[in-house]
Design a protein around this ligand. Sequence first.
Ligand code: MCN
Ligand code: CUN
Length: 792
Amino acid sequence: MIQCKTSKEISGMGHSMKRKEDDRFVHGKGHYVDDVKLPGTLYMDIVRSPYAYAKIKNIDTTEAMKVPGVLAVVTGRDLEKYNLHWMPTLMSDTQMVLPTDTVMYQAQEVAAVIATTKYGARDGREAVRVEYEPMKAVVDPYKALEPDAPVLRTDKEGKKDNHIWHWEVGQKEETEKIFNEAEVVVKEQMHIPRIHVSSIETCGCVADYDKINNHLTMYMTTQAPHAIRTVIALVAGHVGLTEEKIRVISPDIGGGFGGKVPVYPGYVIAIAASFLIGKPVKWIEDRSENLQADSFARDYHITAEMAGTKDGKILATRMKVLADHGYTDASANPSKFPTGMFSIGTGSYDYPHAFMEADAVYTNKPPGGVAYRCSFRVTEAVHAIERITDRYALEIGKDPAAVRFQNFIQKDQFPYHSPTGWEYDSGDYVQGLEKAMKAVDYDGLRKEQAEKRKKGELMGIGLSTFTEIVGAGPSKDFDILGIKMFDSAEIRVHPTGKAIARFGTKSQGQGHETTYAQIIAEELGIPASNIQVEEGDTDTAPYGLGTYASRSTPTAGAAAAIAARKLRDKARKIAAYLLEVSEDDLEWETGKFYVKGMKDVPEKSKTIQEIVFAAYTNHPQGMEAGFEATHYYDPPNLTFPSGAYICVVDIDPETFEIKVRRFVAIDDAGNIINPMVAQGQVHGGLTQGLAPAMYEELIYDEDGNILNGTFMDYLVPTAVESPSWETGHTVTPSPHHPIGAKGIGESPTVGAPPAIANAIVDALKPYGITHLDIPITPYKIFKALKEKGVLD
Ligand code: MCN
Ligand code: CUN
């Protein structure tokens, strides 16, 4: 049970207060970017490449310009005149806005049509004639590294191969020594598939350039409005669009999941078009464009190895990654971490040595790499460690739960220093797994499984006991394009004691309007319902790096608490003045200061509302009037949420259809702000973990054609495919976070896939199958059994 310190009326931390924003959403009053309707708006549609790799011989716009309503067709050559045809990526690589001579992936932007109506723009798009000279695409990342592979990035002077970067961490020699001498070594080759966030709302913007005032208002679906404003200023500063002349407004967002962090070429083209024409330009992607061209997630090829003793003690792990980044490295990672937080990959287990390395490679695919509830690639790391731990348990013939208990970092070992350089803040992994095992009756299930196996029935039990790492981050190590990854909160309390609070983050459905208000309510005793939360307008909100990598609670949530505490300090001074006592004679109880020992004497206390009123009407002379505070929070460390997940599957012995019978998720995100919101995050996140485990993968043929570029073929699970998720939690507060909270937004998507994969592989254990790559489909099981000679 979560203990609440505040009353229901105040609804501070721990209350399952209903989400304030939902009134708006369920009444159809959400305001999304496509709802922005400005007088004189023009519409933009984008011509896209049918080839994955081709020279552009000619772009003929004659017919397109004849389409009623079409005003302009913008090409790379047009943008080149303003030096706007290339832009920087968040990983300091470069990306075409529009190509001048070569296209690098199927569905890449080739030209943009601007028209007075949406349909005119679409018809104009169809009428643009582009002459291509197709070239042999490089699709397989391993082949891309072969010496005779064509060099894709010929725009980079002196580039002689498709290699982007090499990265490594850990103890290479010591690890190698352990592997050479270990009793048991296991190894699996894994692919974590390329997937797509497929948020309900696609990406889009309305670029509104006002020529008279030289001012751009950019309405857009972005998770990071301030960072985007800075990037726009860096790209377009030379044409006079400097940062103070740019206002980014991110209205309601219909799901982001990481896909709305990058800067897409469409945004820049819309800005350029509005800048040149002087009218608002609206661009809204359609579903296929979103799926085919926007930032992808994952696509890591991992060789994972584990060394240990015969009786179950893990001694070391080794991981080698090949990262397929598409034609440019446009993933949204902190600058110093090209593989994001992948180096968390020793997981929840205590052993002294590990070595991890990764190489990134260019191919003729869309760019991207960090999206889809990944916590900066913890998804990949957790999949590898949880799969290889099960593989090791299988090898030594021990129950995977027993191996986990044997190797867990114990709760008294925190703060724990991992061999890859992280300091885990807190956790109680034993308690989490015990709770999950109890919830499913683990021993009972194993007995049932043994019985079923005798009858040839396929039942599997899979575990995942993962550690997450979220809350980027300490500014000494974390920046994006040089901007430090702090985050911010500004609280302004009006004379009548009602407040507005603004943040540098941006909710996409996570419920910030409610949960940030609850944090402030907890600290100040002002009812959460009287605290209006605003995000997403760079003209009004304090600078912040945005919402991704489950960082809002660890950073901006902390900023909210500290800003509120600054206000409480001021409130104490005012209360002392009003009550004519010294500050030291006062005590705080949610919502009021009272003179020590006189809690129940009404005239010896002042409520927060009375104090705030005095701040405007009767403040001590010499004190600053008003009641507002701002805090920019630079976290001392990241937070390390964890989870113990258990999945039970039954597989049909004839069709190999996989049924998730039960799925229990015990999460630990420290102190919880709103249990209902947190549980909602877990439910949604688990379905998004089920997705890559069993359904989703973007598939390309050898010419780089996407084979499932529509929802007819790309399978997004719905409530129908989802089992009834069973959730619960343990609580180990983060010792360094002002309210002891850790992030939770991505944990379920990080933890679920290996639990499901482990369950399926466990079901197939009697047939000698040791690993299957996700998504695990009935066909994959059929093929694997066939290869083992089990089926004729
Ligand atoms: N929360 C809580 N108690 C905690 C931790 C979190 O009550 N101890 C609440 C928070 O107050 C917040 C929500 O849970 O309302 C998520 O908080 P947090 O874990 O801090 O994550 P962020 O707010 O930073 O959200 C980002 C995370 C990411 S990175 C992806 S991807 C994702 C996710 O959130 N995208 C989402 N969940 C999503 N949910 C929706 N509906 N839509 C998305 O696009
Ligand atoms: Cu990796 S997806 Mo979320 O961090 O926006």
